[in-house]
Design a protein around this ligand. Structure first.
Ligand SMILES: *[C@@H]1O[C@H](CO)[C@@H](O)[C@H](O)[C@H]1NC(C)=O
Ligand SMILES: *[C@@H]1O[C@H](CO)[C@@H](O)[C@H](O)[C@H]1NC(C)=O
Ligand SMILES: *[C@@H]1O[C@H](CO)[C@@H](O)[C@H](O)[C@H]1NC(C)=O
Ligand SMILES: *[C@@H]1O[C@H](CO)[C@@H](O)[C@H](O)[C@H]1NC(C)=O
Length: 559
C-alpha cells in the first residue's frame, strides 16, 4: 500500500525544524554581562513563576482557534494569498517556467488517495451505503480544552468491543509476534518498547470481528460525533473507509531496558480524516494520548495538578479525534498498554473519475503538504524550481484548508527556504525583505490557528530574526524573543507528558544563539544548559546538543 506513512510526516516535521535552524556558532566576542552566579543557581528564568522576565512572557496560549469566521482574519488570508500569488507570477515570468496548475496538483492527490483507499478496502469493510443512516446506539461525550472550550476528542460511554472479542484479538496479536518473522517491531516510529501489527495480518477471525465492529459500531459512531453533532461538524463525506488499522503494544519494561522512562510516541498528526483508538487492557500506568491543544490557555504555573493525557474510559471503549489534531503517545511507565488504532479516511473509495473534488479537503491538504519528496525529485537539478513547486503545493493546501495552521506554517517555511536561496544568490535586501515579510505573515496566521505548535513559534522567531538582520528595527528583537520564549515554554509543558527532547534542543540552540548575539550570556547559558549537559551524559548526541554545548561553554567564559 502506498499511502504515505506517518513516518514521512515525521520526516517532514524534522526537516521543517532543521532546515530553518542552521546554526553558526558565531557569538560576539565582547562581554558586557557578568556571569555572576553558577549556571544552575541562576537558571530559573523561564522555569519558575518569579523569574525576572516573567511578566513579559507572551501568552500566545490565550489565543483561540476559532477565528476562522472573523472578518479581520479573512482579510488577512486574502492579503497574504495575494502576496503569495504575486511571487509565483513573478517567478513564472522571470524564469519562464510553465505554470504549475492547481489542477495538476489536484489530479495527483486524487489518484494517490484513490489508490490508497482501494488497497485498504480489499481487507477491511468500508462504510456500507445501505447502513449509512442507521441510528447510532453508542453513547459518547466530547472532551473540551481551554477557556474557549475547544472540542479536542470524544469518548464513548460504553464499550464497542466485548471481552470475548478483545481476548480473541489479543491472542491473535501474541501469536503473530511469536512468529520470528514478525518479532521485530514494524512500528512506524521504531520507538523503544513499541510493537505493532497490522490488523489485516491477524487472521480471518480478527478481520471478521473488525469488519463487524466497523460496520455496526465505528462508522455510525463517527457519523454521530463528527457529522450529526454540531460541536465539531466536518464537511460532508459520502463514504467512510479505513486506510490502515494497527494493533499497538507499548511495553514499558522493554522501553526501560533501553533507558527510556516509558514507551510512547512523539508529537505528530495522522493522515486521513478521523483517528480512533480502542483500549484493550487496564493493567498499566501512564500512557494515553497527549494532545498539543490540551495546552490551550495554560501557563507553566498552571501545571499543578497537571495535564492528563486522554485514554478511552474502560476496556473496549473508544477515543475519537480529528486526524489533524497534533498528538503524542504519552509514556506508559509501568506494565503493557495495548490499543487498536484505526485511521479513517473518506469518500473516493469508489473509483475516482476526473475531478478531485471527491477527496475530502483535510485529506487533500494533508497530501499536498507532503510535497517535499515529490518536488525535490522532480527538480533535483534546479533548487529554485523545487522551492517554487513546494510553494505551489503549500498554497494549494492552504486554499483547500484555510483554517489548517500547519498548512500556513509550511507555506511560511517554504518562503523561508526561498529567502535562504536568495541569501546565497546575494539577492537585494528589498526582495529578501518582501519574501521574509510574506513568510512572517503566513507564520503569524499559523500562530493564531495552531497556537500550541512550538514549531510555528520557533520558525516565526527565526524569520523575524532574519528580518532584523536585514533591517535593524528594535521592535523585531522584542517579537523574536517572545516567539522563542513561547516555543520554549510550550515544549517545557509538553515535556511533562511526551518526548519532545529533539524539538526542545533545537529551540534551545536557536534561542541561546539569539541571546548570546545580544551579549546576554547569562540568560543564553540558562536556556542552553539543559541541552548542553546532555553531551556530558552521552558523547554521541547529535548536532543540536553539540552546538548547544559549544555555545554554552562560550557563554560561561564571558564572565
Ligand atoms: C472484511 O471486509 C472486506 C471488505 O468488505 C472483505 O473483502 C473481507 O472479506 C471481510 N473479511 C472478513 C473476514 O469478513
Ligand atoms: C462479542 O462481539 C462479537 C463481535 O462483535 C460478537 O460476534 C459476539 O456475539 C459478541 N458476544 C457476546 C457474548 O455478546
Ligand atoms: C515486555 O518486554 C519485556 C522485556 O523485553 C519482556 O520480557 C516481556 O515479555 C514483554 N511483555 C509483553 C506482555 O510483551
Ligand atoms: C522591547 O521591550 C522592552 C521591555 O521588554 C521595552 O522596554 C522596549 O521599549 C521594547 N522595545 C521596542 C522597540 O518595542
Amino acid at each position: 500500500m502506498s499511502w504515505p506513512t506517518v513516518r514521512n510526516v515525521q520526516k517532514l516535521i524534522l526537516l521543517t525544524i532543521q532546515v530553518v535552524s542552521s546554526f553558526v556558532p558565531r557569538p560576539t566576542a565582547r562581554s558586557r554581562l557578568q556571569w555572576t552566579t553558577r549556571a544552575t543557581a541562576s537558571c530559573r528564568l523561564l522555569s519558575s513563576t518569579e523569574g525576572p522576565n516573567r511578566d513579559d512572557l507572551p501568552t500566545p496560549i490565550y489565543h483561540h482557534i476559532d477565528l476562522y469566521n472573523e472578518n479581520s482574519y479573512t482579510d488577512d488570508v486574502e492579503t497574504v494569498l495575494g502576496r503569495v500569488d504575486g511571487f509565483m507570477r513573478l517567478l513564472e515570468q522571470q524564469e519562464a517556467w510553465p505554470l504549475l496548475h492547481e489542477s495538476k496538483i489536484r489530479d495527483r492527490i486524487h489518484s494517490q488517495h484513490t489508490r490508497d483507499c482501494e488497497a485498504a478496502s480489499l481487507n477491511l469493510a468500508p462504510e456500507s451505503p445501505v447502513l449509512r443512516d442507521q441510528q447510532c446506539s453508542t453513547r459518547y461525550e466530547w472532551i473540551f480544552s481551554g477557556t474557549k472550550s475547544y472540542p479536542l476528542a470524544a469518548q464513548s460511554l460504553e464499550p464497542i468491543l466485548n471481552t470475548t472479542a478483545i481476548s480473541t484479538i489479543r491472542e491473535a496479536a501474541e501469536a503473530h509476534w511469536e512468529n520470528p518473522a514478525f518479532c521485530t517491531s514494524r512500528f512506524t516510529y521504531q520507538r523503544p518498547g513499541n510493537y505493532e501489527a497490522h490488523v489485516t495480518d491477524l487472521g480471518e477471525r480478527v478481520r471478521s470481528i473488525v469488519n463487524e465492529t466497523l460496520t455496526t459500531r465505528i462508522y455510525p459512531l463517527i457519523r454521530d460525533v463528527f457529522w450529526n453533532d454540531p460541536t465539531c461538524s466536518l464537511a460532508p463525506v459520502d463514504q467512510l473507509c479505513v486506510y490502515d488499522a494497527l494493533y499497538i503494544r507499548y511495553n514499558s519494561t522493554q522501553a526501560k531496558l533501553l533507558d527510556h522512562i516509558g514507551a510512547g510516541q512523539p508529537l505528530h498528526r495522522d493522515l486521513g480524516l478521523i483517528s480512533i483508538n480502542i483500549r484493550l487492557n487496564n493493567d498499566f500506568e501512564g500512557g494515553g494520548t497527549f494532545f498539543e491543544n490540551q495546552l490551550l490557555d495554560r501557563k507553566e504555573s498552571d501545571l499543578e495538578p497537571g495535564i492528563t493525557p486522554l485514554t478511552p474510559l474502560e476496556r473496549g471503549h473508544v477515543l475519537l479525534h480529528k486526524s489533524s489534531e497534533r498528538h503524542a503517545g504519552a509514556s506508559t511507565v509501568d506494565g503493557v498498554r495495548d490499543i487498536l488504532v484505526f485511521f479513517v479516511s473518506g469518500v473516493s473509495c469508489e473509483t475516482g473519475s476526473g475531478s478531485g473534488s471527491t477527496v475530502p479537503m483535510p485529506i487533500q491538504s494533508a497530501i499536498a503538504k507532503q510535497s517535499r519528496g515529490y518536488c525535490d525529485d522532480c527538480y533535483s537539478n534546479n533548487p529554485l524550481r523545487a522551492i517554487f513547486c513546494r510553494i505551489a503545493h503549500q498554497r494549494y493546501a492552504v486554499r483547500v484548508a484555510p483554517s489548517d495552521g500547519e498548512a500556513w506554517q509550511y507555506l511560511g517555511t517554504a518562503f523561508m527556504e526561498y529567502d535562504t536561496y536568495l541569501a546565497v544568490m546575494k539577492a537585494s535586501a528589498g526582495l529578501r525583505g518582501a519574501v521574509l515579510q510574506t513568510a512572517t505573515r503566513c507564520l503569524q496566521l499559523a500562530t493564531r490557528l495552531t497556537p500550541c505548535d512550538s514549531r510555528v513559534w520557533n520558525n516565526l522567531a527565526l524569520t523575524l530574526n532574519r528580518q532584523w538582520k536585514l533591517k535593524s528595527d528594535a521592535s523585531l528583537l522584542n517579537t523574536t524573543e517572545m516567539a522563542f520564549a513561547t516555543a520554549h515554554q510550550l515544549l517545557k509543558m509538553s515535556r511533562e507528558k511526551c518526548d519532545v527532547e529533539g524539538e526542545l534542543d533545537n529551540v534551545n540552540v536557536n534561542y541561546g544563539l539569539f541571546l548570546s548575539n545580544q551579549d546576554r550570556f547569562m540568560e543564553a547559558g540558562c536556556i542552553l544548559e539543559g541541552t548542553a549537559l546532555k553531551k556530558i551524559i552521552d558523547q554521541d548526541c547529535g548536532k543540536a546538543v553539540e552546538d548547544a554545548y559549544e555555545l554554552w561553554k562560550f557563554c560561561r567564559q564571558q564572565q
